[in-house]
Design a binder for this molecule. Structure first.
Ligand code: SAM
Ligand code: SF4
Length: 340
């Protein structure tokens, strides 16, 4: 019998969708819970999932390993707030050991970073996205409802000291709230030698305001920043909705994540896994498959999961369908459920 070379053993199909887009990036939400209640992300009164409906950390690790076998090279751990999940560090350590994974990254609100920054770096986390919407303690509290800006800034400093390859601030600007802080936040990023992205508010889940009333367009923010800074268009791309500008004579790039534009969908390279094990093929559409029943029915056989994941590529939609003028959100689930 012909011998199969080592390099071809375990060869798995790659994840290519019906439009020829290759999926090599997963975002995994490891909890829907959070210690903050940001006004654009959650309603004041949230009901969280019962524990048995949430993936165990072992189930999260198993899924990530499978996706990496299927060619995924970048994994973002998100939530809810991933660092409020007990023993989350174990998961980062497990994922950090995967040989074929190029990038393990994290999105966090920063509240626990002072405790975990060094250990996350040691586990193999390359880059951190840290959400900060205001540098004014009172406004920060108003936006997050429970957050302590001092603690988050201390967590940011601990992350800078830990020496991650990259740190980026994520900011959602809201009309009538923090929209006047764009320049201060950019100057803060320049001073700290880190990057910053402005994310347009997305209609995900029902919150206590209408999205159209707070919407700030990234086009306007870019115009404002260009009047103050010399910005050079950057070629950097992550295959997502972000476009980057380099601030001249600084280490800082400014990203603009503009989900209301459809332009980025044609290069979409990502899927999302919720903390319930739902594999969402698009942030802005309902198309999904359920991985939790397969994980629990076949604890020792990965093939049914592999078949389902590969098969899901047939239903990845062409693009999202966000429309701010709708009275109801296009997608009823919160970002904290799907994972940002
Ligand atoms: N708790 C972590 C954090 O805040 O970074 C991770 C999860 S959070 C859902 C991920 C990102 O989604 C954050 O940067 C947050 O600002 C953003 N986000 C949440 N809801 C959003 C919405 N409706 N529109 C736009 N961005 C949103
Ligand atoms: Fe929590 Fe992040 Fe949502 Fe804020 S944006 S409520 S920190 S999950």
């Amino acid at each position: 019998m012909k011998k199969v070379p080592n390099s071809q053993q375990n060869l798995q199909p790659r994840l290519i969708d019906q439009f020829g887009r290759s999926v090599d990036y997963i975002r995994l939400s490891i909890t829907d819970r959070c210690d903050f209640r940001c006004v654009y992300c959650m309603s004041e009164d949230m009901t969280f999932l019962p524990r048995e409906e949430v993936l165990s950390l072992e189930e999260c690790a198993r899924l990530v390993k499978l996706f990496v076998r299927l060619g995924v090279s970048k994994v973002r751990i998100t939530g809810g707030e991933p660092l409020v999940r007990k023993n989350a560090l174990w998961l980062f350590q497990e994922i950090g050991k995967l040989k074929n994974l190029k990038e393990l990254v994290l999105t966090t609100n920063g509240s626990q970073l002072i405790l975990h920054a060094a250990a996350l770096k040691a586990a193999g986390v390359k880059r951190i996205n840290l959400s900060i919407d205001s540098l004014n303690a009172e406004r920060f509290k108003k936006i997050t409802r429970t957050g302590d800006l001092g603690k988050v800034l201390a967590g940011l400093q601990a992350s800078i000291d830990a020496g991650f390859e990259g740190i980026k601030l994520n900011t959602v600007l809201m009309h009538g709230n923090n929209e006047g802080e764009a320049c201060d936040l950019v100057q803060f990023a320049i001073d700290k030698k880190i990057d910053i992205s402005f994310i347009e508010e997305m209609p995900l889940g029902e919150v206590d305001h209408t999205r159209a009333s707070t919407y700030v367009s990234n086009t306007d923010t870019l115009k404002l920043l260009k009047s103050k800074y010399s910005l050079l268009a950057s070629t950097k791309t992550t295959g997502g909705p972000a476009r980057y500008w380099q601030v001249a004579n600084s280490n800082t790039k400014i990203g603009f994540i503009s989900p209301h534009s459809h332009n980025f969908c044609e290069n979409c390279n990502r899927v999302r896994i919720t903390c319930k094990g739902e594999l969402y093929l698009c942030l802005g559409q309902e198309d999904k498959i359920e991985l939790l029943p397969l994980l629990r029915t076949y604890p020792n056989d990965d093939q049914p999961l592999i078949d389902a994941i590969v098969g899901s590529m047939k239903i990845k939609p062409k693009g999202h369908d966000f429309d701010l003028r709708r009275a109801k959100p296009a997608v009823v689930r919160f970002m904290s459920h799907t994972g940002g």
